[in-house]
Design a protein around this ligand. Structure first.
Ligand code: ATP
Length: 322
């Protein structure tokens, strides 16, 4: 029987731990007797033929590196059927029967399209936002949270010295998980997330006033990117309460950095699972974590799932951050 060939790519926004997933795919594939190709710059690389065969040493010394050694990109062209068919034809010309796609839900749509064009694909959730509904965990989330935590801790030091209110924007366009976790972990007086409708007077001003009454003089407000408006919020707090307020947008600092233990381990488990599926000629699945276990789901089923925000954790945050 001919040697099986598979490939791996990273797509969408980068996330710490993508290298660990890439490494796991390469080493699992080779250990199963397959040829493994790395595709550079996401689906663009498939369209441009930017691929390279990997060996066990190609992925040495990368498990602790942030970013993605395969580079990543967004490809508008790949959304067209003609491009998907061309990419599938390119895979066939190289003998590649399966592709592991590490990225977010947009990348999973690409993986589904390529599977429909005849090349089995498996999605691995790699995104710092933790915004993949089917999975409790996405590769990169833990590192991003810990980076945000360290940054807010530093901001807190100076907020405390100056009796100041610091408003910090953390990442999360549609998903407030980083804000919620960081907010709890730093004792933020208020946490604003896209999933929960808020009222500035009730959810920020009154909370600051109530905390002030108990003797507190510095305040941290954590705001998810999807809520935004941190500069205006700082101005409003200054005018409304007469306390100094400063806004900080953490931005891309949260995307980089050496992945945490959790990100390295989960990425390794997910990469391994993806190759196990491809080795059985199974495609159109997303590897995910459910009830703490690594499993997999049909891509369409996974994409159709509604995201569930942890309202219980939000309630706890609102209760204890006073
Ligand atoms: P992040 O969460 O970091 O934004 P993502 O994977 O959701 O990651 P997108 O930009 O939405 O990022 O998607 C990445 C790429 O996946 C796109 O640039 C495109 O190449 C491909 N893609 C997205 N949607 C589709 C689709 N409907 N059909 C085919 N390919 C798609």
């Amino acid at each position: 029987m001919a040697q099986k060939s598979i490939a791996v790519l990273t797509s969408g926004g980068d996330a710490p731990g993508m290298n660990a997933a890439f490494r796991a795919v390469v080493r699992t594939g080779i250990n199963k007797g397959m040829k493994v190709f790395g595709i550079y710059r996401g689906f663009n690389g498939l369209l441009k033929g930017e691929i390279e065969e990997m060996n066990l040493r190609s992925v040495s010394e990368i498990i602790g590196n942030g970013g993605t050694k395969l580079y990543t990109a967004r490809s508008e062209e790949f959304k067209k059927k003609e491009a998907q068919e061309r990419a599938a034809e390119f895979c066939r010309s190289k003998g590649i029967s399966g592709v592991v796609v590490i990225g977010g839900d947009g990348s999973f749509r690409g993986a589904r399209a390529l599977t429909r064009a005849g090349v089995n694909c498996i999605g691995v959730p790699g995104t710092i936002d933790n915004d993949i509904a089917c999975s409790e965990y996405t590769v990169g989330y833990d590192t991003a949270m810990n980076t945000a935590l360290q940054m807010v801790d530093r901001i807190r030091d100076t907020a405390q010295s100056h009796d100041r209110c610091s408003i910090v924007e953390v990442m999360g366009r549609h998903c407030g998980d980083i804000a919620l976790q960081t907010g709890i972990a730093t004792g933020a007086t208020a946490i604003l997330v896209p999933e929960v409708e808020y009222n500035i007077e009730r959810d920020v001003i009154t909370r600051i006033l109530n905390t002030q009454k108990t003797g507190k003089k510095h305040f941290i407000i954590v705001v998810a990117e999807g809520v935004g408006g941190v500069n205006d919020l700082a101005k409003y707090i200054e005018q409304r309460l007469g306390i100094e307020a400063r806004a900080t947008i953490l931005g891309h600092v949260q995307r980089g950095g050496s992945p945490t233990v959790r990100d390295r381990v989960v990425a390794s488990q997910m990469g391994y699972r993806a190759v196990e599926l491809l080795s059985q000629d199974i495609g159109n699945r997303v590897v995910c974590m459910r009830d703490g276990k690594i499993t997999d789901l049909d891509i369409t089923e996974a994409l159709d799932m509604p995201r569930v925000f942890d309202t219980e954790l939000y309630k706890i945050a609102m209760t204890i951050s006073i």
